[in-house]
Design a binder for this molecule. Structure first.
Ligand code: ADP
Ligand code: MG
Length: 238
């Protein structure tokens, strides 16, 4: 579980062809990073995968099944937003439990799942706090916790660290990488930060104006950038 295939996926907003046509294979368990300059279509591509935007053309296959027409909640994916999107009046426990309550799960099972997620994320001591009583990094972990309890076949992250200061960003980068090693769940991670891409990814997808310039491991892109755009973006010293 956790494979995502894009076949000739396109997106048009009015007159603007934001994604002309993308083919991409994301394998089960991979950590895939979409990287590229601001406005190149990273968020749009992630939102198409999540089902938060409809494709203008093409097909999205998730775990072998056509998901192009499926609602976001039926795709088995969990999106982690940059702005945390936590409920300020709810405790950490209730914030993490929220999607499970909405799904009608019984309380004992909810508690067990929340406790498991809190253990993985080192949030066990903070379950009774409100979001305002947490640091930025802890809030981000709560947002990830809310995704984990749903046991998605893939996590989708849209620049999750861009609101954090530099030191915390480095810590969270390591935490998310460790989480991936622990859960072995597919992660699709959007960033404009080359260092994040190079240090976290199994596979980097370099985007430019809605097109894929190159797909490869960090080492492949570093050693053999296909063109000047990729070389400039990955910063190969030549
Ligand atoms: P990125 O995440 O790489 O910064 P986006 O995917 O947010 O880029 O945006 C890609 C392009 O699509 C931008 O030119 C942006 O203005 C445009 N765009 C994104 N969402 C919409 C929308 N809902 N309506 C119109 N244009 C949009
Ligand atoms: Mg974006």
């Amino acid at each position: 579980m956790g494979s995502i295939t894009l076949q000739k996926v396109s997106k048009v907003f009015g007159e603007a062809k934001v994604i002309p046509s993308i083919d991409l294979d994301i394998r089960d368990g991979e950590f895939v990073v979409f990287v590229g300059p601001s406005g190149c279509g990273k968020s749009t591509l992630l939102r198409l995968i999540a089902g938060l935007e409809d494709v203008s053309g093409g097909k999205i296959v998730i775990d072998g099944k056509d998901a192009t027409e499926k609602a976001p909640s039926e795709r088995g994916l969990a999106m982690v937003f940059q702005s945390y999107a936590l409920y300020p009046h709810m405790s950490v426990r209730n914030n993490i439990a929220f999607p499970l309550k909405m799904a009608g799960m019984d309380k004992t099972e909810i508690d067990r799942k929340v406790d498991d997620a809190a253990r993985v994320l080192n949030l066990g001591d903070y379950l009774d706090r409100k979001p305002r009583q947490l640091s930025g990094g802890q809030r981000q972990r709560v947002a990830i916790g809310r995704a984990i309890v749903r046991q998605p076949s893939a996590f989708l992250f849209d620049e999750p660290l861009s609101n954090l200061d530099a030191a915390l960003r480095v810590n969270m980068r390591i935490e998310i990488s460790e989480l991936h090693q622990q859960l072995k769940t597919t992660m699709v991670y959007v960033t404009h930060d080359q260092v994040e891409a190079m240090t976290m990814a199994d596979k980097i997808v370099v985007l430019n104006r809605g097109n894929i310039e190159q797909v490869g491991s960090p080492l492949e892109l570093y050693r053999s950038p296909r063109n000047l755009f990729v070389a400039g973006f990955i910063g190969s010293p030549k």
